[in-house]
Each structure stands twice: as C-alpha cells, then as structure tokens.
Design a protein around this ligand. Structure first.
Ligand code: SF4
Length: 347
C-alpha cells in the first residue's frame, strides 16, 4: 500500500484504502451510446474506475456526454497530444493516463498540469515493457531497471511542475518481470501503484497470469488499484479482478468452494457447481461461503465451514446450513432448494 492517497472521482486510491477495480472500454469513445452501455455493464459487474481512450477530439469531448450518464469515475487515456488531455479535462474527466515525456515540451506538460491541478485530477504514469525507449533498452535491456527508471523520469517531470497527484504502473506481459518491476518501484516511491499484467492474453491464460502477478504483489502489500487485461469482454476482467481480491481476503463477497469430484461422486457435480455459481451471481455482494461437495463422506465436513452447502449422494443430496443438515432432496431439486434456503436466510 502506498503512503500517499489520490482521489479519482469519488474513489480513494492508496493510503490503505480498499483496492479498487478498474477496466477499460473497448468501444470507440465518441460512440457515446455504445460506450455508456458498456460502462453500465462494467458498473453492474463491480467496476469502480473505467478508462476510455481519448485518441481524437471527438473522443475527448464525448467524455462530457458519457459523464452525464454514469457515476463511474472516468480516466482518459492520452498518447502524445497535450491538446487531447486539455480537452478531456474540459469535458470533466476524473483522471488522466499519460506519460509526460511523450507529451513534448515542458510548456505543454505545464498546461496539462495546471488544468489538472485546478480540478485535482490525478495522472497515471503508465510504463509498459513493450513501449520502453531505445535508450532504456540499450542501457538495461528489457528489465525492471529500465521500466522503473523510465517511470521515475516521468514522475520527475510532474514533480518539477509541482504536481504530486500521481499514480504509477510498470506493466510487462511477463509475470516475473512485472513482479520485479513493481517490487523495485515500491521501494522507491510513495505514490499509489496501479497493478496489472499487460497484454496478459486470452480469458483462460490471461486470468492465470493476472492472478499470479497481481495476487503475488497484493499479498506482499504492494499495489492500490488493479486492472486485469484480457482479450475478452471487459466485464470478464472485473469478474477475475473480484475473484483475485476475494481469494486474498481483500474483499468480501460470495465465495463458492467445490470439490474436484472423484470416484465417490454419484451426482453431476460439475454441472451443479457451474449452475450454482451462475444462479448466485446476483448475490455476488453477499459475504457468504457456499460449499458444493460431491459426496457425504467428506462433503459435510468441508461444508461445516460454509454458511450453506450441498453434498451429493446417489441421485440425491443433503443440504447444509452452518454444518447442520437441513434437508435431504433428490438431485433435480438440489440447486432450487439450496437457492431457496439462501434467499430465505441471507438477507
Ligand atoms: S468431497 Fe467426496 S466426491 Fe468430492 S472429492 Fe472429496 S471424496 Fe470425492
């Protein structure tokens, strides 16, 4: 956790505040209808900060219309053009992501900083392994030293402009390089850190890389806000981010524990577990542990720790609440009865 705190819209980042979850829209930002629709989907899934690209004037100006239709803090992603940053600030953006060294003259950086200061808009410096300068690569190779030195140079420019509403990321697509880079960075700065594995990959592989990379750093106390990057619908990024935080006990919410099945399993537990997970999505905010177990040999024991649980038998199953058997029902009624019990007791 960083010592410093910044505020993006109504979300506090750093200083021991809860780890916030971010994503980025993949619509053309100037298509306000589509962008707002996606932001609403992300909000419903649990997104807390959303980034949109401001890659042209229409996109930067569209932020005003988008903001009128959502309460989610918006971060504008800027590359190279300081005028787009100014336009995004004018349109009411809650944060910027830009690297000052790519903006050009100090004069232009100062224009952004002065406008950002007025509205207390934080700036994220985001250095990626794929966009390191030739000089840095020549000096250090693609390494943690190169990423961190590059980030610190951007930081120095903002500090020179008397600006400290800063958040930093040093992402790589390699998990070990990401870990090394953030560890090194965390030793050097007190600014909040935005964690992520860049270009992590498709839903399956990217989820594993993100969970290992982001999870390891969070467990070491490094990081203040996270973005899981997946080549998938951004809503999936939120679901994965939430699971990472819940797995580390950094966030409350519904946890499903289920057994891997074995030769003792007499019911279709794989389908049952999947369906329980799907049907309980609407209760994702409830701080409950649900056990879905394949047999009554180990099932009830495991289910003891759970608030509610089921354990399968031959074509039938037991339903548990806090370790006590509530009911025995046929296999086809198991899910229905479990959900009924949860709905009756969990509010
Ligand atoms: S709970 Fe039962 S069915 Fe599931 S893995 Fe353990 S012994 Fe096998």
């Amino acid at each position: 956790m960083s010592k410093k705190t910044i505020k993006i819209g109504n979300i506090l980042v750093g200083g021991g505040n809860p780890i916030s979850i971010q994503s980025m829209t993949n619509t053309h930002t100037e298509n306000v209808v589509k962008t707002v629709r996606q932001i609403h989907e992300l909000t419903k899934a649990g997104c807390e900060i959303v980034r949109v690209t401001a890659n042209n004037f229409d996109a930067a100006q569209a932020i005003a219309k988008i903001k009128a239709q959502t309460n989610l803090p918006i971060v504008a992603d800027i590359h190279f053009d300081y005028k787009l940053a100014l336009e995004a600030i004018k349109a009411g953006t809650d944060g910027l992501r830009l690297n000052p060294d790519n903006i050009g003259s100090m004069q232009n950086v100062l224009k952004i900083v002065n406008a950002a200061k007025e509205r207390k808009i934080p700036i994220r410096i985001g250095v990626n392994s794929g966009s390191l300068s030739k000089e840095k690569i020549a000096k250090y190779g693609i390494s943690a030293e190169a990423l961190v030195e590059s980030a610190l140079e951007h930081v120095a420019i903002l500090e020179k402009a008397n600006y400290e509403e800063i958040k930093i990321s040093v992402k790589a697509s390699s998990v070990p390089l990401t870990l090394k880079s953030y560890r090194l960075l965390a030793q050097k700065v007190d600014y909040p850190l935005h964690l992520g594995i860049t270009e992590a990959g498709t839903e399956f592989g990217g989820t594993i890389k993100s969970a290992i990379g982001i999870g390891t750093l969070l467990e070491e106390g490094i990081g203040d806000t996270i973005r899981v990057s997946l080549t998938a619908n951004p809503v999936k990024e939120i679901l994965v981010a939430k699971e990472i935080l819940k797995a580390l006990d950094l966030r409350k919410g519904l946890k499903i524990i289920s057994c891997p099945t074995c030769g003792r399993t007499e019911i279709n537990l794989i389908n049952i577990a999947k369906e329980v997970e799907e049907q309980l999505q609407k209760y994702a905010h409830l701080d409950l542990k649900i056990a879905v177990m394949g047999c009554i040999v180990n099932g009830p024991g495991e289910a003891r720790e759970a608030d509610f649980g089921i354990a399968g038998g031959n074509g039938e199953g037991l339903i548990f609440q806090n370790g006590k058997i509530v009911k025995k029902v046929t296999e086809d009624k198991l899910i229905e009865e479990l959900i009924h019990l949860i709905e009756k007791n969990a509010h």
